[in-house]
Design a protein around this ligand. Structure first.
Ligand SMILES: Nc1nc2c([nH]c(=O)n2[C@H]2C[C@H](O)[C@@H](COP(=O)(O)OP(=O)(O)OP(=O)(O)O)O2)c(=O)[nH]1
Ligand SMILES: [Mg+2]
Length: 140
């Protein structure tokens, strides 16, 4: 019998690496309940029908954090399969434009430097995002 992975849900996610003028990045801690609860992440969420990934990122950041950003260069796209979920994370650099970030849909938010990222636990898929950031060649 041929095994297929097609029964695993697949989420298409837009993700922002949001920079401020102090060269810090905004990270948020997922709510304790649910998948990957309590882990830190770069803010973002599921794409909606008819949206571009840039529109998705801008909307998710407004909904989750109440701030306005300018979505910039593409950093990396990661396809990762967890035990019961496949995610495609399309990550863009972004610039913070206006508003003070609020923890609307998460537990906590922090501005951190690239060096400080090591002090936080992220989902498995994020290793590659952080490695791409450290390579630094696409930073905006
Ligand atoms: N936003 C974001 N999601 C990430 C990162 N790394 C990572 O594995 N993910 C995963 C966790 C989630 O399964 C998915 C993001 O989905 P989401 O936060 O919009 O949705 P969710 O599953 O929490 O909520 P639901 O609406 O499906 O109930 O991508 C990351 O750095 N940022
Ligand atoms: Mg989200």
């Amino acid at each position: 019998m041929i095994e297929s992975n097609s029964s695993i849900p697949h989420k298409i996610i837009g993700v922002a690496v949001i920079w401020n003028d102090e060269k810090q990045i905004l990270i948020d801690r997922r709510l304790p309940q649910g998948a990957m609860g309590g882990l830190w992440e770069f803010p973002g969420g599921k794409i909606e029908i008819g949206e571009t990934i840039e529109e998705c990122i801008k909307r998710e950041i407004a909904e989750e954090l109440g701030i306005e950003i300018a979505v910039g260069k593409h950093l990396i796209t990661i396809d990762h399969t967890y035990s019961h979920l496949r995610v495609t994370l399309t990550v863009h650099h972004s610039q913070h434009l206006a508003g003070i970030p609020q923890a609307i849909e998460c537990d906590e938010i922090r501005w951190v430097s690239l060096d400080e990222l090591d002090e936080f636990t992220f989902p498995e898929a994020n290793g590659e995002i952080i490695a791409a950031l450290r390579k630094g060649e696409n930073n905006n």
